[in-house]
Design a protein around this ligand. Sequence first.
Ligand SMILES: NC(=O)C1=CN([C@@H]2O[C@H](COP(=O)(O)OP(=O)(O)OC[C@H]3O[C@@H](n4cnc5c(N)ncnc54)[C@H](OP(=O)(O)O)[C@@H]3O)[C@@H](O)[C@H]2O)C=CC1
Ligand SMILES: CC(=O)[C@@H](O)[C@H](O)COP(=O)(O)O
Ligand SMILES: [Mn+2]
Length: 360
Amino acid sequence: MRRIIILGSTGSIGTQALDVVAANPGRFEVVGLSAGSNRELVAEQAARFGVADTAFGAADSERLVRTVEADVVLNGITGSVGLGPTLAALESGATLALANKESLIVGGELVTGAAAPGQIVPVDSEHSAIAQALRSGTAAEVRRLVLTASGGPFRGRSRDSLADVTPQEALAHPTWDMGLVVTTNSSTLVNKGLEVIEAHLLFGVPYERIDVAVHPQSIVHSMVEFVDGSTIAQASPPDMRLPISLGLDWPNRVPGVGAPLDWTTAQQWTFEPLDGEAFPAVGLAKRVGLAGLTYPAAFNAANEQAVLAFHAGAIGYLDILDVVTRVVDEHVPGELSLGGVLEAEREARATADALIASAG
Ligand SMILES: NC(=O)C1=CN([C@@H]2O[C@H](COP(=O)(O)OP(=O)(O)OC[C@H]3O[C@@H](n4cnc5c(N)ncnc54)[C@H](OP(=O)(O)O)[C@@H]3O)[C@@H](O)[C@H]2O)C=CC1
Ligand SMILES: CC(=O)[C@@H](O)[C@H](O)COP(=O)(O)O
Ligand SMILES: [Mn+2]
């Protein structure tokens, strides 16, 4: 029985993780739950799963991870505020089932350097797909990684045509039902940019060998191309319970966790290149990833501020990327230490807030 702590238990990832636990009695024991502020739902979850230890906020989540013994910590918190809990989970020696991509991206080598080999199991669907494709291979056999992107609700649109899109339109993701920030990031393609950096950090493949292909059906979750010209793709209906279950029980597969593809009906899987003019976020993220140091932290922090400002009605949709680009351009990088990252984030958020105020 694996003892698991679920951070962000009230969100999309957290509630689906609890679905997996409930559907597999005797396989997992939930020993800790945390959330931001939703005390009512956490109390309900704790009663249902018999959990004694709960926490609220990032610092308390960190405390939970440091004090409750667990085999796996699932980090399903949104935002770079998940960095402390991610580092605490790695220090505890537990497996880190990582949905909170922001903590890896802002922490970079601080996070990978704190992890033992195999200690981080990716939950993000693309990175889970790559980890599955690499299960029997070696890094030397990999020629390139291809991350698939749904293209979001605005696929096929020109940049100019996006000026007046509303928060409601940005949240209409074509294939996934997720939290507000990651859904908005999917629409701007910032999510895919963050995922390129995440793939580089997790799998050690250089940026020039990480590509993005737009695949609107979200059935092929990513691919690994090998040196002999073979490509292994992982395919399944879009359902996060599959990568979550792998994160909780790696390397075991949990029987029946998701429905398989139906090969008895006609279907079409399509792939197209990313329109980098309409969606400059992936190019910007690669630039930021290559620059390293605290650039990814500044990129992510500016985006977090801009996304919230867009949903608050303070800026327009195109302002999101404009703010992020300006913050990155003005960023003076610091050293990659915990203090350096926190300071870079503080500065980036302040610059972003000033730009937001002047745009509004
Ligand atoms: N949803 C998905 O399918 C996917 C998500 N991810 C990643 O997983 C992470 C979670 O996404 P998702 O579940 O969609 O997001 P949600 O917005 O649905 O959930 C976020 C969770 O984080 C909690 N939280 C927010 N702030 C804090 C804080 N300061 N301290 C502790 N907990 C906090 C929330 O608690 P409360 O409810 O109390 O506010 C909630 O439980 C993100 O990094 C996202 O990019 C990656 C791939 C797919
Ligand atoms: C389910 C998942 O992993 C999300 O991060 C997903 O990637 C969002 O879809 P797109 O960013 O491809 O639109
Ligand atoms: Mn993803």
